[in-house]
Design a binder for this molecule. Structure first.
Ligand SMILES: [Zn+2]
Length: 286
């Protein structure tokens, strides 16, 4: 694959300082040297279909959801304290509905959108969730200023038109609404990807999706769209490895998180190096 570097720019900060991060057998990942965003330059329809097929048949989605239970519960109790009213929430890429089932226990008004039809069925049948829409988020509409909270749990990293999605999310949020995103941390994963090439890290410690956000890239993206008070923190590793990784990977991740937390505290919240990050963004007055 020939790359014309002159035409390349970052999809977030528009910097022209782009380097080829990985290129092999038709697989190409670029990295922005300004904001740290790592991205596939173009996504074809087959890729999207492969992702849907993966979540339809091969992903241990329920195990993954349950391994995040304590993250979900911590998030719900933090938010519940903050909004002293009944909350209307939309979970984009709600999967089998496990997170929303916990939100409903708090008395929240729950909506979910999910592209994989079998997961929608599970959310409706197993968790008795009524407002589950089987669609891509890009193709649905809700009224403006409709939701108090919109969440994207490990979803944005697989979305081609991620900026359009964030713009749409902002429109659907109330004026005092909150956007929450959890996503793998590109800074962590690019570092371990490099170490792996030098044979210093196991393969399963890093993941690269089509969109890999660093703290800086997500702050620039949300700032450009008009969110205010964007707060980024380390996200705890999930309980165990639902993908059945080796023990070594779990230990690596656990210590990586501990070190990341230490650096987070010592830098007064400026440095976030954990394997995953959590992002809170206020809609801000229009
Ligand atoms: Zn950039």
């Amino acid at each position: 694959m020939k790359i014309n570097r002159k035409n390349l720019s970052c999809k977030i900060c528009q910097s022209k300082r782009i380097l080829v991060f990985i290129q092999k057998k038709g697989y190409l990942m670029l990295k922005c040297r300004n904001c740290g965003f790592i991205f596939a330059p173009s996504i074809n329809k087959e890729y999207i279909e492969r992702v849907v097929e993966h979540y339809e048949r091969r992903d241990p989605f329920l195990r993954v959801a349950k391994s995040r239970k304590f993250l979900y519960q911590r998030f719900l109790s933090e938010i519940d304290k903050r909004f002293a009213k009944k909350i209307r929430i939309l979970d984009v890429g709600c999967g089998p509905g496990f997170f929303l089932s916990l939100a409903r226990q708090k008395g929240w008004d729950c909506y979910g959108v999910e592209v994989v039809s079998s997961l929608c069925e599970m959310a409706r049948r197993r968790y008795k969730l009524n407002n589950i829409i089987n669609s891509r988020f890009e193709d649905i509409e809700f009224p403006d200023y409709y939701f108090d909270i919109i969440t994207l749990w490990n979803v944005l990293d697989e979305i081609d038109a991620f900026k359009e999605v964030i713009i749409k999310v902002k429109r659907m949020l109330k004026e005092d609404g909150l956007l929450f995103i959890r996503t793998p941390n590109a800074t962590f994963h690019s570092f371990f990807c490099r170490l792996h090439n030098f044979n210093l890290a196991p393969r399963r410690i890093f993941i690269l999706h089509i969109r890999n956000f660093s703290k800086k890239s997500i702050q620039i993206l949300l700032g450009k769209v008009g969110f205010s008070q964007v707060r980024v923190r380390n996200s705890s590793p999930t309980a165990g490895d639902p993908y059945g990784g080796k023990k070594g990977v779990k230990i690596y991740k656990f210590f990586a998180f501990l070190i990341a937390q230490l650096l987070f505290i010592l830098s007064f919240g400026r440095v976030t190096l954990a394997p995953s990050i959590e992002v809170f963004a206020e809609n801000g007055k229009n």
